[in-house]
Design a protein around this ligand. Structure first.
Ligand code: SF4
Length: 100
């Protein structure tokens, strides 16, 4: 993956982190209008690094070995808004199960 895309994705990771820390009202407002459901493609688990160390695949579906334990805030709130969808779309042509 080229450096420009990696920097673009890192901005999104930081944006979600700061929203979680300082603007949860924005997160609540936007996730309330979110539609669809997760298809477990695992693309959002590759936004910060090549692939999250907790990500596993079985029969083509992703799962997180930390799902029932502690997860980073970014993981549980994704996608917050259209910008997050745009971020993950930089890595995959297959649409996210969520939409706005
Ligand atoms: S990119 Fe969307 S559909 Fe895929 S695992 Fe993440 S939230 Fe689920």
């Amino acid at each position: 993956m080229n450096l420009n895309i990696r920097v673009f994705l890192l901005k999104g990771v930081l944006r979600r982190f700061f929203l979680y820390m300082f603007n949860r009202a924005y997160i609540q407002k936007n996730t309330a209008r979110r539609k669809g459901s997760c298809k477990r493609c695992g693309v959002c688990c590759r936004l910060f690094m090549t692939q999250c160390v907790y990500l596993r695949f079985e029969n083509g579906r992703s799962s997180c070995i930390k799902y029932k334990g502690f997860r980073m805030p970014n993981c549980g709130i994704f996608p917050i808004d259209e910008r997050d969808i745009k971020d993950r779309d930089a890595l995959s042509n297959i649409p996210c199960g969520y939409y706005f």
